[in-house]
Structure formats: structure tokens, C-alpha cells
Design a protein around this ligand. Sequence first.
Ligand SMILES: *Cc1c(COP(=O)(O)O)cnc(C)c1O
Length: 415
Amino acid sequence: MKEHIHPESLMMSHGYKPELSEGAIKSPIFQTSTFVFKNAEEGKAFFEIQNGKRKKHEGESLGLIYSRMNNPNLEILESRLTLWDGAEDAAVFESGMAAITTVLLEFLKPGDLFAYSIPLYGGTEHFIDSYIQKIGVHTVEFKPSHTKEQIIDIINKSGYADKLSLMFIETPSNPTNTLIDISMCKEIADHFSTKEKQVYLACDNTYMGPLWQHPLKHGADFSLYSATKYIGGHSDLIAGACLGNKALIARVRSLRSQLGCMAGPWTSWLMMRSLETLKIRMEEQARNAKKVAEFLVSHPKVEKIYYLGAIKEGTHEYEIYKKQYSSAGAMISFDVKGGEKEAFRLLNELKLIKLAVSLGSTESLAEHPATMTHAGVSDEHKKEMSISEKLIRLSVGLENAEDIIWDLTQALEKV
Ligand SMILES: *Cc1c(COP(=O)(O)O)cnc(C)c1O
């Protein structure tokens, strides 16, 4: 085979051996809870490896034991998913929240300090406030606008800087598309790392991955996903993923096996099917989004748009954009002139675009962050982060761009 084959060329076959499944061109769904051992010695050997009692011998692999630990659909999917991010390994979960919470639980313990950027996905912030703090982990927040020196200062002022163990960021942040420099965060993590203790950096890559941003290449230790979004891509499943190096993913996978939050065979199979069209879907969505953004920018009833393609050249944000992203993506937020009344009118008048939360799917979706996805954010933070009553978030889908623009035009007319 050619030395470098593009990920999109491998999504139909990578990690799957037809000869193990009667020659079937596609992987069957391995709808099974357990696997038969050839003999007792084999069962013993598999368990020794699974439980970390000994290292694998040369050429030996961990055989299939029980579907909470491993399953062919899970394994094939994981090997395909690593290709986009150039990751050593991946662990797939039954939801994005399962992936995020498993990483936080594995890499934080009582007394540790956890530093994270705001705004984060509502579910992640809720888990930090309601659980992580309850188990005695100290937390500090920083903002996309903060410089490296300011973040280091915030961590030092917490009084627990020597206990910093994990940093967590979301870039672009939802819903206003503000950017955080991943390699700068890596420098901060390194600044607080010692010989005994490495500070890890996790990045929620749901908004722009796995195609347009590769956090691991900028120094992050984990690239996390709600695979419900672009990876699944059809609004018909809930799933998550965590990518990183072999040693770290082994820890994540071990806790996942104990918690039992791995993706099931059917979810994994659906995602394998989705991955075959990931690139063409995401690229077409981004092309549509560009046209929609151009339309919105010049519309008299639109006050401001938050879109990566609208970042002004010459700014610090533009530098991060050029360094970290290969596309402006397909998420656009915008302020309608007016307030909640005008925003609601627009949402209620949409005919083709669906009024629903979630994103990254084949159909276009619109929602009102202030009262929906970000309803739980404090008024103070909402104000700081421009999550106002006039803000609408749009996930651009695969419809013909002319039709999406027609829908927005007719709805804006009624406002
Ligand atoms: C949806 C989402 C999540 C949570 O994922 P689920 O699959 O719903 O559990 C986490 N982060 C971001 C950025 C999301 O959009």
C-alpha cells in the first residue's frame, strides 16, 4: 500500500478483517454479551492481560472476553477514529458526557486543583459544580480572553497551584465561537508540571473535530468528543469519544470498563457507517455555512455574527484561527436586532430549519442559547460572554444553501 493513505480512504475498511466474518464486506453487528474461549488456558491468558497482571507477549493481543471490556464493533470503530486526529488510541463511549466524566474521574482526586475555561458545555459545567467540587477537588476558571500570564496568576492565587492535575478547555467555545490557544494552555500545563506529576490538558473538540482541529497536534493530551454531533452526524444516536496516547487511553478504558459506559455494538456500528461520509458531510456543511454567513452579515436585521470566517485579520484571534483551524466550520451564532421577542419570532417562523438543540447533523438546527442550551449559565457570565437574549445559534446542515437562506430570509422578514 501507499505510504500515506488519507483517513477518508480508510473509513470503509480499516481495522476490519472480512475473513473473520464469512467474507462480509461490511462488519456485522456483534450483538453479543460474551465470547467463547478456545480453552481454559486462553481464558486465563486474556484475563491476565485485561487485569494488567502481565504485559502482552510479542505478537499476543488481548482476546475478546465480554462486551463491557471489548467488542469487535467497538474496537474497529476506535481504530478508525484515531486516524483523523493522528492519535495513538481511542476509547468510545455511549455519550459525550460519559467520555468527559470518565476522564475527569480518572485524572482528578480529592485535594487536586482543576482549571477550566468558561463557557463550557452546560453538562460539563454542571458535573464540575455538582460533583467534582463535592468530592473535594478545588476548581478555578479562566476565560478565552485571558493571557498566559493571567491564567498562571489565577492558578497561583488559588492557593493550590502545586496540586494542579488537569486543565480542560473548549475551543471554539459554544455558542459565541471564541478561541483559545491550545499550545498556550499546554505551556501553562508544563509550567505547573514537575518530575513527579504531569499536568494533563484535555480539549473538548466537538465543535470542529475531527476534521478541522486536531488538539493533540497542538499539545493537548486528550481530544474529547460528543460523537452525537459531527461524528454521528444524523441526529439518530448519542455517543462520545476520547483520544490520546496509548498509556493514557489505557487508564481511561480501564475506568470505562469498570463504570460500564462503553458504546454498545449497535451504536458503534452506526458510527462506523457515519464515518464513511464524515469528510464530505463536514465539508459541504462548511461550504453552506460560508454562504449563510455571507447572507447574514449584510442583513439589516442582523446586528452581529459570531463565526470563525468573520474573525478580523490582524487580530490575536485571527492568529489562533490560522494556526489551529483548517476551516471556519459550520456553526454560526448571530444577534438579531431587538431582544428575546425578536429572536423567538425568528425561531418560530422557520420552516425548513428545525428548532432544536444539538449540532453537527445533516439537517440545519437553530436554537436560543440564553433560554435553552445556556439557560443554566449565571447572568453575570452570560453578560460577559455575549450570551444575550437576541442571540441565535445555527448549526448549518446539508440542505441546499439557497433553501437555508430562503428560510432565514422569510423568517427575518416577519421579525
Ligand atoms: C453535546 C455536547 C457534549 C455532550 O455530549 P452528549 O453526547 O450529549 O453526552 C459535550 N460537549 C459539547 C461541546 C457538546 O456540544
